[in-house]
Design a protein around this ligand. Structure first.
Ligand SMILES: Cc1cc2nc3c(=O)[nH]c(=O)nc-3n(C[C@H](O)[C@H](O)[C@H](O)COP(=O)(O)OP(=O)(O)OC[C@H]3O[C@@H](n4cnc5c(N)ncnc54)[C@H](O)[C@@H]3O)c2cc1C
Length: 312
């Protein structure tokens, strides 16, 4: 039977929803599911993890050198816990993509990326070519599966479980070659783009960095995260961590609102799992309307103020 260990993602305050999505993927694999929470002062986060449906136990490793999500330190601790587990899973987020390959390398196995569906305990589906094709990838029998889970493909496990929590000291030591300097967050108080339930995004049609204020303003009224097309990033309107799409972030919010975005395949790849897609574009022939649930042919500089009036 499979024994699955999920490495939790969190910000030191609360569990990231991507961990609950990894649990749903683990349920599809089947077997015992444990979660490892690394950090300092993480009892509340461990309790959140233990409440996820189907989680048997949470191993909360409380140590100063694990306080920051430094992949080099976390990977060493994951290695110390890995014995006896058939699967080690993490989310396909920026943090997970940093951490999981290191764990795979330390275990001497290849990493499986972006699990979007489970065929068997060692065979999985993942997207390739910007989501235009799906392939089956198989791990040799007996090898440990180390994988990232494509969070846009899975819903979050419910918080109806009652796993145990084991708080313990670290088995690993701080690595010497990498130091944590600090975290600079560009998004301020706005929800994180990758886990936000609502995202408002702007494209080249927004026209300038100054004009992007209109996108931030609407996002703040909706409690939404803010995204952008690559053209908007390349033009310098916004920083590149806001890019959505094939070479940016793959997201699956309940609501995605695209303003002045044409709908190129590389952009659409990043949003096609969103619940409801709303598009506003002054070109009624723009390809974004082919995938939008709600489309409005209009000028974003007219539409957004009107939307804001209605929201007020
Ligand atoms: C290998 C590769 C990877 C890529 N990865 C990504 C990626 O990850 N993400 C990504 O987004 N792109 C990516 N691209 C780029 C992609 O092909 C497009 O060039 C890009 O998405 C276009 O961005 P855009 O829609 O903002 O700009 P445009 O295509 O220029 O569209 C701007 C739109 O704004 C509309 N508009 C203009 N003014 C207004 C207004 N006042 N009101 C309303 N609408 C208005 C126009 O009608 C137009 O449809 C990639 C390309 C390649 C080759």
């Amino acid at each position: 039977m499979s024994r699955i260990l999920i490495i939790a993602e969190h910000d030191g305050q609360s569990l990231n929803v991507s961990t609950a999505k990894c649990v749903t993927c683990a349920q599809a694999i089947g077997g015992d599911i444990d979660i490892a929470v690394f950090g300092k002062g993480i009892e509340a986060i461990a309790a959140e993890a233990a409440a996820l449906e189907s989680v048997a136990s949470v191993i909360a490793v409380d140590a100063e050198h694990l306080a920051a999500p430094l992949a080099a330190n976390w990977a060493a601790e994951a290695l110390a816990l890995a014995d006896g587990y058939s699967h080690l899973l993490g989310p396909s987020t920026t943090q997970g993509k940093d951490l999981m390959p290191r764990i795979a390398a330390l275990l001497g196995v290849n990493q499986i990326s972006d699990i979007m569906a489970v065929n068997t305990a060692n065979s999985f589906k993942r997207p390739i070519y910007a989501g235009n094709a799906i392939i089956d990838v198989e791990v040799p029998n007996g090898a440990v599966v180390v994988a990232t889970v494509r969070i846009a493909s899975w819903s979050a496990a419910a918080s109806s479980g009652s796993g145990s929590v084991d708080v313990r000291a670290a088995d690993s030591e701080a690595v010497a070659h990498t130091r944590y300097i600090g975290l600079k967050s560009g998004g301020g108080e706005r929800p994180d783009l990758q886990s936000a339930q609502r995202v408002v995004a702007g494209g080249r049609g927004v026209g300038s960095e100054e004009n992007f204020k209109i996108i931030y303003s609407l996002a703040d009224k909706l409690g939404a995260g803010v995204g952008a097309s690559r053209a908007a990033v390349d033009a310098g309107y916004v920083p590149n961590d806001m890019q959505v799409g094939q070479t940016g972030k793959i997201i699956a919010p309940d609501l995605y609102m695209a303003f002045g975005i044409s709908g190129a395949i590389q952009h659409v790849t990043g949003i096609k799992d969103a619940g409801t897609i709303v598009a506003v574009n002054k070109d009624s022939e723009a390809p974004i309307f082919e995938i939008a649930d709600i489309g409005l042919a209009g000028d974003l500089f007219t539409v957004i103020p009107e939307l804001e009036k209605l929201l007020a």
